[in-house]
Design a protein around this ligand. Structure first.
Ligand code: IPM
Ligand code: MN
Length: 392
């Protein structure tokens, strides 16, 4: 039997992850779940949001389902530490970003696909005044380990850093700025990682019959990093003569997003741009309650909904949160391990529940989150799981 590391994390992660396991079990997917420690509680009590024992567990079993994580600013993070851990120079890093980098989960896949009948689907006014609901079917490939997320950054850069930077002629514009008044984040892009994410995007397009691949960068300004990605994309595209490569700037894509989202299929981008694009497209198909993702490396893979931990909803009993993003992430895990049949069984069941429209989470009813959503017709998290299970 397969072993899956279950990492609920913080807040609503502790609600949606167990619900997804209940669904997987109902779909007769047989696995053994080992729970791993990750998140804010472990930061507070141990000064480490991603303890070594959790890294070891994932390294051993290579497959993880992840719920959600709370991130706070450095100042707040320090404040919440247990007294004996304070003033030790501990620095909080987002454990999900650390997981991606530690296991080199460099391929992030984020499908944003409309469900028929979802009241949150994007609609657009057509020229005759009627409304149309374009079918969005975009899959974002986000480089998941480097770029602006590499973490190579400084506040008050040292003399050595300043000297190195001063070798660049554009630093002249900052020569009068004292280091204490300066913060720097680098955007590091490598050839190998770019090749891997771009090739993964083309392979996916080929495998699933998507008609184009768009590189979404900004090579007219970020001449080096985006420029390198564009050059590599053009080279790789020659190996896929039937899949045209489109090249759209990130700002332009954000504008096209609500004009013709249905034209975009597979989109590939650097880490931060991929983060932005995937939220943008998620908004067109129901928002974070529907946004799933896969973080895939050569050995390890971690599947997670892209929503946060929503701590304000954690304590609501029964829970109001929409578990569908977590369910869809679990389906991506099933696809990854060759259990496509079970994955489509679950996806079809979700689609039926949404299309029927009888059982809706509060976000689908466009309600403000709170304990009063039930009297306004919203279903609880558990009721949504039950509804999906009943359609399996
Ligand atoms: C995501 C999230 C994370 C990210 C945060 C929580 C660090 O926004 O998975 O998209 O920026 O990657
Ligand atoms: Mn994000």
């Amino acid at each position: 039997m397969r072993t899956i590391v279950a990492l609920p994390g913080d807040g609503i992660g502790k609600v949606v992850l167990p619900e997804s396991i209940r669904l997987l079990e109902a779909a007769e997917f047989k696995a053994n779940y080992l729970y791993g420690d990750i998140g804010w509680d472990f930061w507070r009590k141990e000064g480490d949001a991603l303890p070594q024992r959790t890294i070891d567990l994932i390294a051993e079993h290579k497959l993880a389902l992840f719920g959600a994580i709370t991130s706070k600013s450095n100042i707040e993070a320090e404040k919440e530490l247990e007294p004996f851990l304070k003033e030790k120079g501990l620095v909080y890093f987002s454990p999900i970003v650390e997981l991606r980098q530690h296991f080199n989960l460099d391929i992030c896949i984020r499908p944003c696909i409309s469900f028929k009948g979802n009241p949150l689907n994007f609609i657009r006014k057509s020229s005759n005044g009627s409304y149309e609901e374009p079918f969005v079917n975009a899959v974002i490939f986000r480089q998941n380990t480097e770029g602006l997320y590499a973490g190579v950054e400084w506040t008050n850069p040292s003399k050595q850093i300043r000297e190195a930077l001063d070798t660049h002629p554009k630093m002249k514009a900052f020569s009068h700025v004292p280091s204490e008044e300066m913060a720097i984040s680098t955007r590091i892009v490598t050839k190998k990682a770019s090749e891997r994410i771009i090739r993964a995007a083309f392979e996916y397009a080929k495998k699933f019959g998507y008609k184009n691949v768009t590189l979404c960068e900004k090579p007219n300004v970020l001449r080096e990093t985006s420029g390198m990605m564009l050059k590599i994309a053009k080279e790789i595209a020659t190996e896929y003569p039937n899949i045209p490569l489109w090249d759209t700037n990130i700002d332009a894509l954000m504008m096209w997003l609500t004009k013709n989202p249905e034209d975009y299929r597979v989109i590939v981008a650097e880490n931060m741009f991929g983060d932005i694009i995937s939220d943008g497209f998620a908004g067109l198909v129901g928002g974070l309650g529907f946004a799933c993702s896969a973080n895939i490396g050569e050995e390890v893979a971690v599947f997670e909904p892209t929503h946060g931990s929503a701590p304000k909803y954690e304590k609501l009993e029964p829970s109001i949160v929409n578990p569908i993003a977590m369910f869809l992430s679990a389906c991506m895990m099933l696809d990854h391990i060759g259990e496509q049949e079970t994955a489509s069984k679950i996806r079809n069941a979700i689609a039926k529940v949404i299309e029927e429209g009888k059982v809706c989470s509060y976000d689908m009813l466009k309600l403000r989150g709170g304990s009063d959503v039930f009297e306004k017709g919203a279903a609880s998290t558990q009721q949504i799981t039950d509804a999906v299970i009943s359609k399996l």
